[in-house]
Ligand binder design. Structure first.
Ligand SMILES: *Cc1c(COP(=O)(O)O)cnc(C)c1O
Ligand SMILES: [Zn+2]
Length: 410
């Protein structure tokens, strides 16, 4: 049995029953899942986790779902790789990549949707829906297919082909909206008021968001039950960064790891960096921006959890770091060339941010650093395809040698 006691307003602390709701009636603050940690501490242990399923569900005691009901496509349990080649290039001796690009639908969104889809079915919904910057659409469509639910997924019409096809193939109703993500999100809020659908990132959001905590649990377990000195995390709505921090603190409070001294660094692209702008202006008030970035998965101009991402940075003594648009493709290539990991533009933002943090002395050479790579490069080949060309040849030895000599490309 899951040990959730209530939903609680993150802003004023009022409690609500466990229902498909996401905002406080009194102050409009976002609702969050509250757990009965005393009950959890009696059942959870390193040993129990280690003998659990080889997926994010090994942490089900700290998720708001029952294991027996899980809508599973095997999200999580992704590799944590020590990256000495990239480390050497950047000046770090203790660098790890959490490679979440190898999830079933090729992004970390499978973690949040596993929880949301399970919860939606528990609540009795027959339709899953979402407002998406791309990856979420893929994951919602796949989980709905697996659960035998209907799916309505809404995306901005100008997304990369890999994400459009990568969602459409699961046969949802895919709605391409002539507008930005922020407009898609507003539309979906209106639709949600009129249709009895489980919008994973709107009315199911308190549960959905909890799935990101498994990004912290897994890293702590994979490091041999300890927290890193630094994490670098991409931000769109800002939710993931706050939940990684929450997950580390939960593990520590439950005695599964020691004290947490992790500094949380949040990376955004130059063309959509409202959280960084607030951080630089030393305010918790996030001013919405009009997004214009090649990192489309991060193109949220009005981030729902921006203020909580800023509080996470403050509490952990971390920072917010920008990636220049012109650096993103080079960073994708750098990670691919040094470590054999092909990430999407959001990962390029993280690697650019990591580089800047090292150059500015915010991360020291020997400190244990984990960079979260949250999406797969095959979904955004547009970002690098002009920079990578095969050598072209006719099918005979002479032509091959000539082509090699001339450096002919296709
Ligand atoms: C959605 C997404 C993010 C950002 O997640 P938030 O929790 O909204 O900040 C990061 N990386 C990728 C690849 C994503 O698809
Ligand atoms: Zn409230």
């Amino acid at each position: 049995m899951s040990s959730i006691s209530a939903l609680i307003c993150r802003s004023c602390g009022r409690e609500y029953p466990v229902e498909p709701i996401n905002a406080c009636d009194y102050c409009f603050g976002p609702l969050e899942v509250a757990y009965n940690y005393e009950a959890i501490s009696k059942v959870i242990s390193r040993k129990k986790i280690e003998s659990g399923p080889y997926s994010m569900l090994r942490y089900h005691d700290l998720l708001p779902i029952d294991l027996e009901n899980a809508v599973e496509i095997n999200a999580g349990f992704t590799p944590l790789m020590k990256c000495s080649n990239l480390g050497k290039a950047l000046g770090l001796e203790n660098l790890y990549i959490k490679n979440d690009s190898v999830n079933p639908t090729f992004s970390f969104k499978d973690r949040v949707v596993t929880v949301a889809a399970t919860k939606a079915r528990e609540f009795g919904f027959d339709t899953l829906a979402c407002a998406s910057t791309g990856n979420l659409a893929c994951s919602v469509a796949a989980h709905a297919a697996r659960a035998g639910m209907k799916a309505f997924v809404f995306i901005p019409a100008d997304l990369e082909r890999g994400k459009v096809v990568g969602a459409a193939v699961y046969n949802p109703t895919l709605i391409a909206v002539d507008g930005s993500y922020d407009e898609v999100n507003r539309l979906c809020s209106e639709i949600g008021d009129n249709y009895p659908w489980a919008f994973v990132n709107i009315n199911i959001r308190p549960f959905y968001a909890e799935g990101s905590k498994t990004l912290a649990y897994e890293v702590a377990e994979q490091l041999g039950w300890k927290a890193p000195d630094h994490t670098v995390v991409p931000a769109a709505s800002g939710s993931m960064s706050t939940k990684i921090w929450k997950g580390l603190k939960e593990f520590s409070n439950l005695g599964l790891i020691g004290k947490v001294n992790t500094r949380m660094h949040v990376a955004q692209p130059e063309g959509c960096s409202p959280i960084i702008e607030a951080y630089d202006s030393k305010t918790l008030q996030v001013k919405p921006v009009k997004a214009n970035t090649i990192a489309k998965s991060l193109a949220i101009g009005n981030p729902t959890d921006g203020i909580y991402a800023l509080k996470t940075i403050q509490e952990s003594k971390g920072s917010a770091v920008v990636a220049m648009e012109s650096e993103i493709a080079d960073s994708i290539k750098l990670l691919a060339e040094t470590e054999g990991i092909f990430t999407e533009t959001a990962g390029g933002v993280v690697i650019s941010g990591l580089k800047r943090l090292v150059n500015e002395g915010k991360i020291k050479r020997d400190e244990l650093t984990v960079a979260y790579i949250t999406g797969n490069g095959l979904k955004t080949i547009e970002a690098v395809e002009d920079a990578v060309k095969p050598v072209f040849t006719k099918p005979n030895l002479e032509a091959f040698e000539e082509s090699m000599h001339a450096g002919a490309t296709l």
